[in-house]
Ligand binder design. Structure first.
Ligand code: GDR
Length: 333
């Protein structure tokens, strides 16, 4: 019989790639969608018709328990969270409730339903925060620097406590930045790919950026969801750092994306202080050796390959007027 997987945050970037992977592998896929977010189901495109959608209030423990009891999932992937880090300063408590509250309520729903569900918690490299060593691995201490990171860490520990106390198969993937053409344009990779494509097509003539010296470990979302799945198929429940192990600066990101369309980025890019961050980290880079060794996981898409994928997709979308250009986005914001 097909395994059932329940995914929270199914309408996000990772929800899309994970659903696609699980459907390809013969799973029955169900997704939890907050009551007020049902319109975002359109983001799942052709996958939507193959997914069972449960609209629930994520703060309603009884509703979550009812869904879990009804679906009896073999696997839960808890991806739901606000993901744009700077926003967490506007609403620290709301962030905590969405990130930690949802994880705790779901874990408790599994416990109360008495199921043997394997549980994946989406943790973040932001939990490492102000690091004193690079690259980071599963033994690196956590020093979160913003409300988002602190909330993710709380959710991570809640999952660990459930694993230890009840002997569950629960794991956390500590994921570094992972991108795709499905990233919203407030994240730096998509902002840059959309800008390069917009400028190439004559729809814009400049790009305002934050810190060009900031560095990140950028991978492809399609690769990172493969790691999530492998964690839940392993013999033992363990936590894993998932990233490419390569650090690139925002400056390199911009140069590479503009190169894809044959443009010299220095003619178009200006720094606008409104995009600078005070809680910035520069050296968050993964040591993914454990995942390579134990899960046989390796990223398949390179930094250059990822940006090419994103820029080409944005060119295609702009040409068919499927998305607004970067200039239109700026005008409306
Ligand atoms: P991040 O992603 O905060 O690392 O979180 P983001 O793409 O927003 O920033 C990456 C880096 O780029 C620098 N930067 C800019 N960022 C944005 N958004 N806009 C700009 O104009 C700009 N200029 C420079 C930022 O300062 C930063 O250094 C992502 C999210 O997916 C989280 O949910 C996830 O947990 C972490 O990655 C791992």
């Amino acid at each position: 019989m097909a395994k059932t997987a329940l995914i929270t945050g199914i309408t996000g970037q990772d929800g899309y790639y994970l659903s696609r992977l699980l459907l390809e592998r013969g799973y029955r896929v169900a997704g939890l969608v907050p009551l007020h977010r049902q319109s975002s189901l359109a983001k799942l495109g052709s996958l939507a018709s193959q997914i069972e959608v449960c609209a629930v209030d994520m703060r309603d423990s009884a509703a979550l328990l009812a869904v879990v009891e009804q679906l009896q999932p073999q696997e839960i992937y808890n991806l739901a969270a606000p993901s744009f880090v700077p926003d967490s300063w506007q609403d620290p408590l709301g962030t905590l409730d969405l990130v930690t509250g949802t994880a705790t309520r779901l874990l408790e729903a599994v416990r109360l339903a008495g199921l043997n569900t394997r549980f994946y918690q989406a943790s973040s490299s932001e939990m490492f925060g102000q690091v004193d060593r690079s690259p980071q691995d599963e033994n690196t201490p956590f020093r979160p620097m913003n409300p988002y990171a602190a909330a993710k860490l709380h959710a991570h520990w809640t999952m660990v406590h459930h694993r230890q106390r009840y002997g569950w198969f629960a794991c956390s993937g500590i994921l570094y930045n992972h991108e795709s053409p499905r990233r919203p344009p407030n994240f730096v990779t998509r902002k840059v790919s959309l800008a390069a494509a917009s400028i190439k097509l004559g729809l814009s003539d400049r790009l305002e950026m934050g810190n060009l010296d900031a560095k990140r470990d950028w991978g492809y979302a399609g690769d990172h969801v493969e790691a999530m799945w492998r964690m839940l198929q392993a013999d033992e429940p363990e936590d894993y750092v998932i990233g490419t192990g390569q650090l690139h600066s925002v400056r390199e990101l911009v140069a590479t994306a503009f190169e894809c369309v044959g443009l010299d980025w220095t003619r178009y890019v200006v720094v606008d202080p409104k995009f600078l961050r005070s809680d910035e980290h520069f050296y968050l880079v993964a040591n993914p050796e454990k995942a390579k060794r134990q899960l046989n996981w390796e990223p398949q898409v390179s930094f250059e390959g990822l940006l090419e994928k994103m820029v080409l997709k944005d060119l295609e979308r702009l040409q068919s007027a499927e998305v607004p250009s970067i200039a239109q986005i700026e005008q409306n914001s």
